[in-house]
Design a protein around this ligand. Structure first.
Ligand code: NAG
Ligand code: NAG
Ligand code: NAG
Ligand code: NAG
Length: 186
């Protein structure tokens, strides 16, 4: 009976390994692609005067496929995409694109390049100008879970598995370690 139980447990482990490998691969893939919506200024209606957008942008990382969200009072301000010359000079004529719609407007960052935005109607001179640099989206790294985890499944070592997960994602790794400990001890 005891031997039978052990075999069942090994079977469970084998299934678990497959699940782990698949879900880690999927997580890598998802993390490489999921677009992020960046709320310009940090809030719902923060495309507004007297906010330091340089400071806000310095805490964000923008990737191709991400979105900007501009929430603002459309009766007083607007959102125009301009070139660097116009950005530096707060010049709102001859803009590249007018992004203004209803005041809760999104903009798709489709290229890896610098983007410049400002508000006309006097907004720019009150600080409503934004310069960002958009990076190429990171490629999903599907090799990582396989090279790090597969060789260790022979020894069936839950600790090394948890370690790999931990390196990839601290929160997931910690939660997964607890999960593995519970399964292993039961
Ligand atoms: C905005 O913040 C940046 C970086 O923190 C700083 O260099 C700059 O002087 C600030 N601009 C204004 C208008 O306060
Ligand atoms: C936004 O950009 C992404 C990536 O470039 C693209 O796949 C998507 O179709 C775009 N969406 C719209 C509505 O333009
Ligand atoms: C930026 O746009 C302005 C207005 O259209 C134009 O005069 C200027 O040459 C442009 N600058 C660059 C670097 O493209
Ligand atoms: C930008 O577009 C909005 C909405 O279509 C329009 O009301 C506004 O006049 C435009 N602004 C400029 C400067 O062209």
């Amino acid at each position: 009976m005891e031997g039978h139980g052990w075999i069942q447990k090994k079977g469970l482990w084998a299934n678990l390994m497959v699940v782990v490998i698949i879900s880690l691969s999927e997580m890598e893939g998802v993390r490489g692609r999921n677009p992020v919506l960046h709320r310009v200024g940090g809030g719902r209606y923060t495309w507004a005067p007297n906010i330091n957008f340089t400071q806000w942008a310095s805490h964000e990382v923008f990737y191709v496929g991400d979105w900007l969200y501009f929430g603002f009072d459309k009766h007083h301000y607007n959102v125009l995409q301009v070139n660097k010359t116009s950005y530096d000079a707060c010049e709102d004529k001859d803009f590249i694109a007018n992004i203004t719609r209803g005041g809760r407007d999104v903009y798709n960052l489709t290229q890896a390049k610098p983007y410049y935005f400002l508000s006309g109607r006097g907004g720019c001179s009150q600080g409503m100008k934004l310069a960002i640099s958009v990076k190429e989206a990171p490629l999903p790294d599907r090799t990582l879970p396989h090279t790090h985890i597969l060789p260790k499944t022979n020894g069936c070592s839950p600790l090394s598995l948890a370690c790999s997960a931990h390196v990839n994602d601290p929160v997931f790794g910690a939660a997964f370690f607890v999960f593995l400990s519970l399964v292993f001890m039961s």
